[in-house]
Design a protein around this ligand. Structure first.
Ligand SMILES: *Cc1c(COP(=O)(O)O)cnc(C)c1O
Length: 413
């Protein structure tokens, strides 16, 4: 590690100081290591490599592609630099990464305190899959209320699980407050930072483990499903343990070709995040001024505006997502149809972080794993339309499309 001055480095500075990986023939892009297995030069070293005592970092070599692949490793290092983590490794999907992180931290009979507002697949993993398959139980609480988190902690609580910016309510978790509660109980704070790469760095605020769905903003082109886990070197290493490591044993392995493609998109992630957030702020302000029920953490009226301002890195704004409450599911659906089919404003599709705008009605799509009671407890109204704001086209062109559609649907007069 190079010497550092007193000032903490920002993610873009950490990324720039990573050792650059050159291609095999001196190419400015790294080469793809497509091999699934690696030659050992001396037969006697094989057992040591197998026992993890002689890996690529200890003068040994790589072993097998499900264990570690050099190309996937590079992306892991980039993401660790992005999040300020000691180490990181990738998985075939966000849920693969989340499952590995949780199974790495939890044993049978352990307990989780989790936000009641989570990505639907994560909610199903905690509410249904883990209790049934592993005897790991979860208490869901309003994670914007530190007292509620504190009251739910038990002797068996090993993990507190939150999203930096909750999907789809866009509520912000006060990470330092929640981290101190978790650590006071010897539990680890795991934060899903899929919605706010760069804007919020959870590790700076006390998180122990950060998970990502790279499928969204980090990749940015909606062409790969991918995920990552970031944390201490010891923890990431434990996920690869030949006997109990969930990444090793369950095998949600990222393909090196995918790692290579995503790796080439990391350098322009800061530019993309600024543009997503800048446009989302602009549209949110105009919608608010027009009297449309809009929610965006950049608006002073948002309940967690001050929390986001305190945790966030100003140059990256308040994220690329906003929601409009169209009142009823029917009105939300009509608005999406007009926006897509008449105006070409964006696409009706789940997912987010694409260069074009993606729109979905959360209650009946990405949160539909949750039962009705949990949906209303999380504050997800049936007419809630989530928009991941893209950056294609001009701002004026997009605003005119949005404004015309809102008028047509009677949401502004
Ligand atoms: C999409 C998403 C996931 C799941 O990621 P996949 O890559 O689809 O497996 C997890 N958390 C959040 C916040 C997401 O948006």
């Amino acid at each position: 590690m190079p010497e550092h001055d007193e000032r903490d480095e920002a993610p873009i500075e950490r990324l720039a100081s990573l050792r650059h990986e050159f291609g095999e023939h001196g190419g400015v892009n790294m080469s793809i290591e497509a091999s699934t297995t690696f030659t050992v030069m001396e037969a006697g070293t094989m057992p040591e490599i197998f026992q993890g005592r002689l890996g690529p970092d200890e003068g040994g070599c790589f072993l097998y592609g499900r264990h570690f692949n050099p190309t996937v490793y590079v992306l892991g290092r980039q993401l660790a630099a992005l999040e300020g983590a000691e180490a990181g490794y990738c998985a075939a999907s966000g849920l693969g990464a989340i499952g590995a992180a949780l199974l790495g931290l939890l044993d049978q009979g352990d307990h989780v305190v989790a936000s009641d507002t989570l990505y639907g697949g994560t909610w199903a993993m905690l509410a249904e899959f883990l209790p049934r398959k592993c005897g790991i139980t979860t208490t869901f609480v309003d994670a914007t209320d530190p007292e509620a988190v504190r009251n739910a902690m038990t002797d068996r609580t090993k993990v507190v699980y939150v999203e930096s910016l909750a999907n789809p309510t866009l509520r912000v978790t006060d990470l330092p407050a929640i981290a101190s509660i978790a650590h006071g109980h010897d539990a680890k704070l795991v934060v899903d930072n899929t919605f706010t790469p760069l804007a919020i760095s959870p590790i700076e605020h006390g998180a122990d483990v950060v998970v990502h769905s790279l499928t969204k903003f980090v990749n940015g082109a909606s062409d790969f499903i991918a995920g990552a886990v970031l944390g201490t070197g010891e923890f990431i290493g434990s996920l690869m343990d030949l006997h109990t490591g969930p990444l090793m044993i369950l095998g949600p392995t990222m393909d090196p070709q995918v790692a290579h493609s995503i790796s080439l998109r990391i350098p322009h992630l800061p530019l993309r995040m600024k543009e997503h957030a800048g446009r989302a702020m602009e549209f949110a302000a105009r919608l608010d001024a027009a009297g449309v029920p809009v929610s965006y953490p950049g608006l002073p009226s948002h309940p967690d505006h001050e929390v986001f301002k305190r945790l966030g890195r100003e140059e990256f704004g308040f994220g690329g997502l906003l929601t409009i409450d169209a009142g009823t599911r029917e009105r939300a659906e009509t608005l999406m149809e007009v926006l897509q089919n008449r105006e070409g404003f964006g696409f009706m599709a789940v997912s987010l972080g694409y260069f074009d705008t993606l729109m979905s009605c959360s209650a009946s799509s990405t949160s539909s794993e949750m039962d009705e009671q949990s949906i209303s407890a999380a504050g997800i109204s049936p007419g809630l339309l989530r928009m991941s704001i893209g950056y294609t086209g001009s701002i004026e062109q997009r605003w005119e499309q949005l404004d015309r559609s809102l008028r047509r649907c009677g949401l502004v007069s």
